[in-house]
Design a protein around this ligand. Sequence first.
Ligand code: ADP
Ligand code: MG
Length: 608
Amino acid sequence: MGKIIILDENTSNKIAAGEVIERPASVVKELVENAIDAGADRIQVEIKNGGISFIKVSDNGHGIAEDDVEIAFERHSTSKIRRPDDLLSISTLGFRGEALASIAAVSTVQLASRVKDSSYGMQVEVTGGNIVDVKQTGCPVGTTFIVRNLFFNTPARYKFLKKDSTETGYISDILGRIALGRPEISFKLTSGASVLLHTPGNGDLKSVIFSVYGRDTASRLHEVDYADNAAAIRGCIGKPEIARSNRNHQSLYINGRYVRSRLVSSAVEEAYKTYLMKEKHPFYVLNLALNPMLVDVNVHPAKMEIRFSNEQEIFSSIYNAVNSTLIKSTTIMEQKDAFSPVAKASYGTERNAYKQQDFAFTDKAGDYRGKEPLQEESKLVRETIGGWAEGFAAETGAEEAADVHVAEFFEKERRISPSAKIVGQLFSTYILIQQNDELIMIDQHAAHERVMYEKLLESYNRKSAMGQLLVSPVSVQLTHKEFTWAIEHKDFFENIGFKFESFGNNSVMLRSVPYTNHEVDSRRLFMELVDKGLSNENRNTPVVADEILYTVACKAAIKANRTLGEPEIRSLLEKLSVLVNPFSCPHGRPTAVKITRRDIEKMFKRIV
Ligand code: ADP
Ligand code: MG
């Protein structure tokens, strides 16, 4: 006898559920999308225990007719497409007819729904995929789903659920995304007694952005309104000063569907290139209206990925939309500032003029000038010094130019002596010392960063903070997801010198920040760490913690382009001298390079 059987429907639904329903947030997404497809303009979501024990989604859409309430739970049951051709021009969010069957296969679902023409509604209860009760009921026009005990019959899935607060974070994140794509619909999310999200449904995208991200973000936007042959693009992009260290604050909608697209995010980032530091990602909420024939939404069961048939054109449209908005929004004042002779004279290269431009833009926020991450800066200057050495060799006409190796120190046993002779400071960025028969050039930023990193690591390991109290506490507005993460990792933050408390409405009040060498923008630093943590949520924690320490160290360290007095230099040398491996910064860039006396003598052809 053969061994192959056709799986019964319950089993196959459970398997399908594995693809569509990964966690409570997936249930919310599917039910809310159904409500949108039903034409609702008010959608309310209530959850308990991160949605694991209870999710209720109510809408005022057109409802489900009496004849359809049971069949809606069958796999491949949909009212949204009829034949294969319809797949080519989908205008609804749903079409696979899988969601309800999948949700019902792994939970207990109660549905109550009424259509306009009926004087009564229908109530259906389904558990583990089996319909257990169908009856008439009194209810308003529209639909309410209650989903209880998710994954009660799939223990493997249940085991992978995270803490309630984390699951709540996922839910508020996805609902926020959906809401940003539908300003004309009012969404409300409550968890127990607290309202986590409430959008007005007045059709104004900025109001939704305000509800999701708070005032700081909502007041720093440019509006995009652009159309060409390939696409119509509308939405908001953030001013450079609200750019973040991960892409969490980027939302893209194609014909009303929230999707992720590498293509689109690279096009946007390309357009921002001259406005942002490396590793910074702009804020955006963009809606693309495209001919549905030119995009395939049926790539993934959760329908989060899409395929364009004309990638190149889409890339150009997005680039042009964002770029023209940025150019238009840059006021004459700022342009003038950015390219003023002073800026040019002090920096010289065009690339640096752009950098200066960033500062000019961001300066509007207040006390921000000169407080940006320094990695880029010191890298630039590092390039310059490489060029300097080569250029110098070239000028002297030395054949041995290639021989002038600016050797990197990696030998672990080598140390910097605290009493080495200080030759001076070069370009206000490098400390030159003479030690034995060598000229050592120390990158002051990289070196200090290394010192700060070691210090932070130590206090982190000893769980002893070395924060500095802020004269006036600083409030930081976060999204619910970010807020949850920050509160969950409060210990970590305290161990590196932050002190903060919850300040209501997904904001925190910072009272202390890690000790730094100069004034840093505490709010930005804190947000950057939250971004780092969240975008690496599923990675190994020590690695992430290390990166966070490194970020703080980078911010705290002496900057390049800063003149140092001899006592400051001496104190830095002393700190460096106690480190076991002072020659590389935490992420492997050299902190010091050397030129031996021999190299120099060769340059001058004293020896050959
Ligand atoms: P799909 O959305 O892909 O069609 P679902 O399994 O999500 O499949 O839903 C099955 C059907 O149930 C939908 O096609 C729709 O007709 C009906 N339905 C589900 N939710 C609602 C709702 N909130 N209001 C009206 N009809 C709904
Ligand atoms: Mg659906």
